[in-house]
Design a protein. Structure first.
Ligand SMILES: [Zn+2]
Length: 204
């Protein structure tokens, strides 16, 4: 199995190719060049990303089938089923890297920030459960940046939510925490830009 550092390098290289390709020829065409149907999977990275239709992990990291284990949920939040999926992948495939990937202008973050500002929660209990999971991550950003513009606030909140999800994975999972402490797992945050297609890793 490849190390977390090598996996991180592969993702960065893949995103560089993606950004290059989008500015030259059709990304899907190029992506399909190297996709083969595979029966077995050996994901070198686990991605917890947002469901947003503009941020498919395999495409933005220019990866083929079987290379990434992807969990997508609005606002890349951490709830038991996301944690369970990641624990499964770590144990099953010995994958050493987890990336929590948020993105600019995230709708789930926007809805949560607006709910906090207006103290007006969504009506659907299901949507409300998403907002309530994201709210603790972004509430400090909202109260500490009262002078920021609305768009700036969303940007700050997106970043805060990514970092919150990274922390929560270790806090809420003994399995993941033990793997991190044993040096067998890295959990990192990243932000995808809808404007440029670039992924910025938060530790860089
Ligand atoms: Zn989103």
């Amino acid at each position: 199995m490849i190390s977390a550092d090598k996996a991180l390098h592969k993702l960065k290289e893949g995103n560089r190719r993606f950004v290059g390709v989008t500015s030259t020829r059709g990304v899907l065409e190029t992506h399909l060049d190297h996709i083969r149907v595979v029966r077995e999977q050996k994901p070198f990275a686990i991605i917890l990303g947002c469901s947003d239709s503009r941020v498919p992990a395999e495409l933005v990291f220019h990866c083929g089938l079987g290379e990434l284990f992807v969990i997508r949920v609005a606002g890349n939040l951490v709830a038991p089923s996301q944690i369970g999926s990641i624990e499964y992948a770590c144990q099953q495939f010995d994958t050493e890297l987890v990336v929590v990937m948020g993105h600019s202008n995230c709708g789930a973050i926007r809805v949560t920030v607006d709910a906090l500002l207006a103290e007006d929660r969504p009506v659907s209990p299901n949507l409300k459960s998403i907002v309530e999971r994201i709210a603790p991550a972004v509430a400090p950003a909202v109260s500490n940046h009262s002078d920021a513009s609305h768009d700036e606030l969303i940007g700050i909140a997106v970043n805060a939510n990514i970092q919150h999800s990274v922390r929560r994975l270790s806090e809420k999972s003994m399995i993941l925490r033990n793997l991190v402490e044993a040096g067998r797992l890295k959990i990192v945050g990243a932000e995808y830009s809808l404007d440029t297609g670039e992924v910025v890793f938060l530790d860089d």
